[in-house]
Design a protein around this ligand. Structure first.
Ligand SMILES: C[S@@+](CC[C@H](N)C(=O)[O-])C[C@H]1O[C@@H](n2cnc3c(N)ncnc32)[C@H](O)[C@@H]1O
Length: 321
């Protein structure tokens, strides 16, 4: 199947996401400092590039979290309990939820909430094939916006699943607000959430500056998307991928930096860049276990069990709602 047909199929099967990329792009590039929100990374090409990032030797996050999920699957199943409804935020791929669903006792419904239609199609097909007993109810949506209550089953124990340390893409205040909303949705159940840990800055730097240049391509893809969807004329060669680790703030900061003073057309307007001027594209906050538990408490969860790998690279938390 060609990608265009697959996109068409995605839109037919799922309601379109209510986002207006060109308007948001122009707004972000007119602000000071310039920015593009990280949720716009995940068009079809961006979702594929992210899957490639997950397999990179430098990107320890995915393989470490997967090994924790496999190792402690029995404990997660006991905490979540039988006949549960699972809500996954930013589902992406089938691999991690596949491990969780296989360990659960009679999982009842699975609601993947995902902004990328392409990712959602692949995920839903795979989960329906592998777990035919589970009622899969996909939601193509921005998980920072209110979710339609009718998609959830009333009176059922509900558990959230939020892997990949996607919570790190929120600033601290935003993370607390998101968690507070999740705590309300999951009341009576809990949230299983993967959180990347503060560690040696060299390891963190390597994870977002891989030698094969895949993370750079993922970052540049925002400009490719702008050229395609917002009538922009970005010359990729005139921007640099820049992803330093800010030790004080405990976060990777991702930017596209203008290599020269230049004017770029975006949505029929001219946007001026100074030499060295950055466009901010992503935060990736890292937490200590204690710090994340404190944040979860502020959001209204009761932090319970935490699992870490022996090298203390990554953590999974069970937060009771
Ligand atoms: C860092 S990736 C993690 C993917 C996967 N959960 C994992 O653990 O590898 C973030 C995922 O969240 C999705 N996403 C990002 N922002 C989103 C938003 N605002 N609403 C819904 N999904 C979002 C992306 O499309 C992507 O699949």
């Amino acid at each position: 199947m060609t990608s265009a047909r697959r996109s068409g199929a995605a839109l037919k099967r799922f309601a379109p996401v209510d986002i207006d990329f060109p308007d948001m792009l122009l707004e972000g590039l007119s602000s000071e400092p310039k920015r593009i929100a990280s949720k716009y990374f995940y068009d079809e090409a961006g979702a594929k590039l992210f899957q490639q990032i997950c397999d990179l030797p430098e990107y320890y996050l995915t393989r470490t979290e997967l090994s924790l999920l496999r190792r402690y699957a029995g404990e997660f199943a006991r905490l979540i309990g039988p006949d549960a409804e699972i809500v996954e935020f930013g589902a992406g791929s089938h691999e991690k939820i596949g491990v969780l669903l296989s360990s659960l006792e009679r999982p009842r419904t699975y609601v993947p909430v995902e902004i990328s239609g392409e990712s959602l199609v692949g995920l839903v097909d795979r989960i329906r094939a592998d777990h035919p007993q589970v009622d899969v109810r996909p939601l193509l949506a921005d998980f920072t916006a209110p979710l339609p209550p009718t998609i959830f089953s009333p009176g059922v124990r509900r558990a959230g699943f939020f892997p990949g340390s996607t919570i790190g893409n929120f600033m601290r205040d935003e993370a607390r607000d998101f968690l507070a909303g999740a705590a309300r949705l999951l009341k009576g159940g809990g949230l299983l959430i993967g959180v990347d840990l503060v560690k040696d800055p060299a390891l963190l730097h390597a994870a977002y500056n891989d030698s094969a240049g895949v993370t750079a391509a993922f970052n540049y893809n925002l400009l490719v998307r702008a050229n395609r969807e917002a009538g922009a004329n970005f010359d990729l060669a005139r921007f640099a991928h820049y992803a330093p680790y800010n030790v004080e703030q405990h976060r990777i900061e991702m930017y596209l930096v203008s290599r020269a003073a230049q004017l770029v057309r975006v949505c029929g307007r001219k946007v001026a860049f100074a030499e060295g001027e950055p466009i901010h594209t992503e935060w990736s906050y890292k937490y200590t276990v204690e710090d994340f538990r404190a944040l979860a408490s502020q959001a209204g969860f009761i932090p319970r069990e935490v699992w870490c790998d022996p090298d203390q690279l990554f953590s999974i938390h069970w937060l009771e709602a």
